[in-house]
Structures are given as C-alpha cells and as structure tokens.
Write a protein that binds this ligand. Structure first.
Ligand SMILES: Cc1cc2nc3c(=O)[nH]c(=O)nc-3n(C[C@H](O)[C@H](O)[C@H](O)COP(=O)(O)O)c2cc1C
Length: 217
C-alpha cells in the first residue's frame, strides 16, 4: 500500500508546530527564539508543550519550574494532522529525550498507522547539563521516530555551528541549536545560541515553505 503525501496547508503559508518539553526553562527560552525565527519567515507557528508525566511530588523534589505551569497547550497527535512541520525541543536525559517525549511518540501510533506522519517535516533542538552530556545523542536517538517524517538537520547553515566562541563552552551542532546549562542549570542561554535558534526557526520555515509552495505551483 502506498500513502500519498497529504497536503496540509490550505494556503502557501507553512504551518509549523514548535513543541517542547522543559523542566527548568532553558529549552523554553530556545523555543521562544525558534518561534520568532519561524514567524519571521512567514510561517504560521503553533507553540505546544509536551505533556508532563511525572507526579507533582517528584517534580517538586526536582525543583521543576516550566513543566509545572506550561504556558502553551499540550501537544496531541491530532494537532500534528494540521501542520506541515514540527520542531521538537527536549533536554537530554541520559543522552536521550525524556520519557515525556517518548510517551508522546508512543501516542502517535494511530496517526502513524493512518499515514498521518507522512510528508511532514521535522527538526530538533536540545540542552544538556554538560558539554559532552549527550547533545548529539539526544537528537540521534530520535531518528527512529523521525524517519516516519522528513528530518531537516540544521547542518552547517550558520557560521556559529562551526566557528563561534571557540574558547567558550557553547551549544549548537549540525543537528540543531542547543545550550549547555551546567550541573545545576546555573548557565543561561547564550546570545549566540538565541541567534542560532532564530536562524534554525527561519531556515526550517523556509525549507517547509518551499515544499508547500511547490505543491501548489
Ligand atoms: C533525570 C535527569 C537526567 C539527566 N541526564 C543528563 C545527561 O545524561 N547529560 C547531561 O549533560 N545532562 C543531563 N541532565 C541535565 C538536563 O539535561 C538539564 O537539566 C536540561 O538540559 C535543562 O533543560 P531545561 O531547563 O529546559 O529543563 C539530566 C537531568 C535529569 C533531571
């Protein structure tokens, strides 16, 4: 059986979900910049939070912030039906995405079975406590899910990926924008990382927009 690539947008404006999970706010900060960048490229951007799955008493012991009071609606598989692309942000947990994000992937079983993931674009961004604590493996280990969509890495599309702050700890890789938060989350997102986040949002929206316009040409 073949599945036709569906046409989601009703106009030539790409519709993009920026969905993220964030316990302490760093990923949320990157997400805001990504949203800004995607909007600057003319996309309709829909921000979402990935559903919290840990009990409040555990989150309180973790001194959680963002995930206890998410400021965006919780992402559901149905929401993905209405978008052309998904930019997904998640902090690392042991070098992989958090269980909350895996739970969302599992929720998408019905959508996958009905061909609802086909033809949608995807990108990722992340954060970690340590510089070598799993920035690239966190993106890499989402690939089994994202092979069901069309993954768009950041690549070397911005000089910061390769060149910036050579003497400084920083995030940003060809996989996507990222930040290094330190062992207690004491580090803030760097201005260069925010710029890279805006760039990733814009660049992804342009790629998806080209595809959407191509389908109506
Ligand atoms: C259970 C748990 C596991 C973690 N595992 C790692 C890890 O393997 N490597 C690392 O560098 N940071 C690790 N961290 C730190 C988080 O990645 C860090 O808190 C997160 O990137 C901050 O993002 P946020 O402010 O958006 O929540 C872990 C944190 C928790 C709570």
């Amino acid at each position: 059986m073949s599945v036709r690539i569906p046409f989601t947008s009703t106009s030539t404006k790409p519709v993009i979900a920026v969905a993220f999970y964030s316990t302490y706010g760093h990923i949320e900060t990157l997400a805001e910049a990504i949203i800004e960048g995607a909007r600057s490229a003319g996309a309709e951007v829909r921000p979402y939070f990935i559903r919290e799955t840990l009990p409040k008493e555990v989150l309180d012991k973790m001194y959680a912030g963002s995930s206890l009071s998410p400021k965006y609606p919780v992402l559901t598989p149905n929401d993905l039906k209405e978008v052309d692309g998904l930019i997904l942000g998640a902090p690392t947990r042991y070098g992989r995405v958090p269980a909350q994000v895996s739970a969302f992937f599992d929720e998408c079983g019905g959508l996958w079975a009905s061909g609802g993931l086909v033809g949608k674009f995807a990108a990722t961004f992340t954060s970690s406590g340590g510089q070598h604590g799993g920035q690239e493996t966190t993106a890499l280990t989402t690939m089994p899910f994202f092979t069901h969509l069309m993954y768009v890495p950041l690549g070397y599309t911005h000089p910061y990926v390769n060149d910036y702050a050579k003497n400084e700890i920083h995030g940003g890789s060809p996989w996507g924008v990222s930040t290094v938060v330190g062992s207690t989350g004491e580090r803030s997102v760097l201005p260069e990382e925010l710029e890279l986040a805006r760039h990733q949002g814009k660049s992804f929206a342009e790629t998806v927009g080209t595809f959407v316009r191509g389908k109506t040409a």
